[in-house]
Design a protein around this ligand. Structure first.
Ligand code: NAD
Ligand code: DAU
Length: 365
């Protein structure tokens, strides 16, 4: 079945990967990307898709009801894949307001636009909402991983805003008949991730010889999922899940933060040992002098309210939809390090703010 998709947050980390993934798998489908290009959105992530005109990029806010209605009508869109969000927990602790605005109000406006166009005009549709394992709260060390029926217990402003958005999606399904699906997934990593999240931050800091800030005792546990595995899961759900269902998506790769950071250091050290030109490109990296990058590890003050452990039980995805993660963590980290080595200009631009100046020239402020 061919589809016409609106991908919100399509210039962000997962949304951009998803746009590449879907276009590659289904080149005849229509894709419109809607993204406000906040600090986390980067047109460069999707320029290769949009510049030839195959995919349309629209700079705009999901809270702009008229804009969303116009796009749904004029492009005859039948599927919304909703990634747009404020996504960084640390930022939500400093300023929760943006998270309420984008994640809760933004989702409500999108749902209202879907009602106004799809329900009024009798369009066969799907609203797929991207959520997070953080809505379930924190697990004890020996507790079973989160299943889809685990009670909600969000504990950061970010997690609370995502939980509220999940409730809104279900409520619009129940009350008005919006045909929705929801996926709650674990920590993603891979290409195009903004270097404020743990993995890309550490890769860039190792290369630059900067400290690797590990919060608290470093024993908090996350379940890591390569973004390409996340994209294949979302495609499976959109294509095969009945409406009204929720799916947990995880990588089955639980690691403590300190173990993960040590693994990253070891993988970068190995890359430098294999390729001597890296020492010339990144002279401040300890590995350039034959030292271990692990010496950069620095324990710092903990994140307030820091959840101790997340882990996802994806059995329902594998039993009912035949999906399971394909990319093991060691391979995924090696591939991700290789991507950051091959795309130095990308992360230098993102970090220097040059990219933002360029985008302001292209699209205005
Ligand atoms: P990201 O921060 O990299 O990207 C978010 C994108 O949304 C950016 O391009 C930004 O410009 C855009 N955006 C923000 N506010 C907007 C608005 N008002 N209107 C239009 N666009 C707006 O985030 P990500 O890591 O790609 O996460 C995508 C989604 O996946 C989020 O909903 C997040 O909650 C969820 N999620 C992320 C992870 C993860 O590990 N990154 C894990 C589970 C769930
Ligand atoms: O679990 C899914 C969630 O994963 C998503 O919903 C969020 O959008 C995404 O940002 C991510 O949240 P986390 O808070 O788990 O990711 P982050 O990369 O910020 O941190 C991962 C772990 O590493 C967490 O325990 C905090 C810790 N950390 C993070 C940073 C940035 C550090 O120890 N040092 C750091 O500098």
């Amino acid at each position: 079945m061919s589809r016409r998709l609106l991908i919100t947050g399509g210039a962000g980390f997962i949304g951009a990967n998803f746009a590449h993934f879907w276009t590659h798998a289904k080149p005849d489908d229509r894709i419109v990307l809607l993204d406000a290009l906040t600090y986390a959105g980067n047109y460069a992530n999707v320029a290769a898709l949009c510049d030839p005109g195959a995919v349309r990029f629209v700079k705009g806010d999901i809270r702009d009801f008229d804009l969303v209605c116009n796009l749904l009508r004029s492009e005859k869109l039948d599927t919304i894949v909703h990634f747009a969000a404020e996504s960084h927990v640390d930022r939500s602790i400093v300023g929760p307001g943006e998270f309420v605005g984008t994640n809760i109000v933004g989702t409500q406006v999108l749902l209202d636009a879907a009602r106004a166009v799809w329900l009024k005009e009798g369009v066969e549709h799907r609203f797929h909402h991207i959520s997070t394992d953080e809505v379930y709260g924190s697990l004890a060390p020996d507790a079973a991983p989160f299943s889809e029926s685990h009670p909600y217990d969000p504990r950061s402003p970010y997690a609370a805003s995502k939980a509220a958005s999940d409730h809104l999606v279900r409520a619009y399904g129940h009350t008005y008949g919006i045909q929705y699906s929801i996926s709650n997934c674990s920590n993603n990593y891979g290409p195009y991730q903004f270097p404020e999240k743990l993995i890309p931050l550490c890769i860039v800091n190792i290369l630059e010889g900067q400290p690797l800030p590990v919060y608290g005792d470093g024993k908090n546990i996350r379940d890591w999922l390569h973004v390409h595995d996340h994209c294949s899961a979302v495609m499976k759900i959109i294509e095969h899940s009945p409406p009204g269902e929720t799916w947990n998506v995880g990588g089955n790769s639980e690691r403590s933060n300190i173990d993960l950071v040590r693994a990253l250091c070891a993988a970068v050290d190995e890359a430098f040992a294999r390729d001597r030109s890296l020492a010339t490109r990144f002279p401040n990296c300890p590995a350039a002098r034959g030292a271990s990058s692990a010496k950069l590890i620095t324990f710092v003050k903990d994140r307030p309210g820091h959840d101790r452990r997340y882990a996802i039980d994806s059995q329902r995805m594998s039993n009912q939809l035949g999906w399971r993660a394909q990319i093991g963590l060691a391979q995924g980290l090696a591939d991700t390090i290789a991507w950051y080595l091959d795309n130095e200009t990308w992360w230098r631009n993102v970090m220097s703010g040059k990219y933002r100046d360029w985008i302001t020239q292209q699209y205005g402020s």
